[in-house]
Design a protein around this ligand. Structure first.
Ligand SMILES: C[S@@+](CC[C@H](N)C(=O)[O-])C[C@H]1O[C@@H](n2cnc3c(N)ncnc32)[C@H](O)[C@@H]1O
Length: 282
């Protein structure tokens, strides 16, 4: 992404996170159901130990980190962070609901982590780096704050051809002129979908051991209206575009989606595949 477009992008991305936070929080349990295999992969590969300090970046409502907090116990600590204060408030409410006591919350931009060098044992970031203006900077910051031997586990969305949940709406909205085509060098849902690119970003950031794996998920959806509402509630710029569609435009997009999802229809609606690219690095 060109340097002069980084700051306008950061501002827009911040505003989108703030706008979407209330509906993201409302959808929290649904998101977590679908993301369970990803959360479990990330925890297993991070393998936190009792008394560790774990940092979660771009935490959203924070569930991935809260799973780590339960493992590190009273002598350990979770630092749950997001650059959106509204998202962090939602994480705080979720942490209170779960009774998590060993957590510190912080509004923090992952590109400028306000923590000491070599100060954490593990970092989690689920569906965050791909949306950042400068993921290389965020990964270098991640490496800086990790102690020697500490691990990062991350998840980003995998390739569009295996990810109809996001690819279908993105294609319809682009083809119908409701959103611009994605900038191949900029952030976005699929910007780290290539295992090769993600591995290169990690090694350039100073990680020496990197392994990636595809983790398959499936979104159960009763119908396409519900699909469009889930997208409107959670999918960043695509979601805001869906919110702004006129009735006839929405009907046209709905027809595109119905056609594309026909192969995923079953007795109780649709089971739409989505694949996450997960990575562990140290
Ligand atoms: C798709 S949501 C994922 C939330 C959560 N990790 C999850 O998996 O449910 C992306 C999150 O990244 C956050 N985010 C985007 N750019 C960020 C940045 N530069 N620094 C910190 N957080 C960021 C947003 O505020 C949002 O909460």
């Amino acid at each position: 992404m060109a340097t002069d477009t980084l700051d306008p992008f950061r501002g827009a991305s911040y505003e989108i996170a703030e706008t979407i936070a209330p509906t993201w929080e409302r959808r929290r349990a649904d998101i977590e159901d679908v993301a369970t295999p990803v959360r479990e992969w990330m925890l297993r590969e991070l393998a936190p130990r009792e008394a560790d300090t774990v940092l979660e970046l771009a935490a959203g409502t924070g569930d991935t980190g809260f799973a780590a907090a339960a493992i590190v116990g009273d002598r350990g600590r979770l630092i749950s962070t997001d650059f959106s204060p509204a998202m962090l408030d939602a994480a705080r409410r979720r942490g209170d609901e779960l009774g998590v006591a060993n957590v510190t919350y912080g509004v923090m931009d992952a590109e400028r982590i306000e923590l000491d060098t070599d100060s954490v044992d593990g970092v989690l970031c689920r569906f965050g780096y791909m949306l950042m203006a400068d993921p290389a900077a965020a990964l270098a910051e991640t490496r800086r704050v990790l102690r020697r031997g500490g691990r990062l586990t991350l998840a980003v969305w995998g390739a569009p051809e295996r990810n109809p949940f996001f690819a279908v709406i993105a294609m319809s909205l682009v083809q119908r002129g409701h959103v611009p085509p994605p900038d191949p060098s900029g952030p976005g849902i699929f910007s780290m979908a290539s295992a090769e690119r993600t591995t290169t970003l990690l090694t350039h950031a100073g990680f020496s051991e990197v392994r990636t794996e595809d983790v398959q998920g499936r979104f159960p959806l009763p119908d396409v209206d519900e699909y469009l509402s889930v997208i409107a509630d959670t999918a960043g710029p695509l979601g805001l575009a869906v919110r702004g569609l006129s009735e006839p435009d929405r009907a046209a997009v709905k027809t595109d989606v119905e056609k594309a999802f026909a192969g995923f229809a079953g007795e109780r609606g649709y089971q739409v595949p989505a694949v996450a690219l997960c990575a562990v690095a140290s």
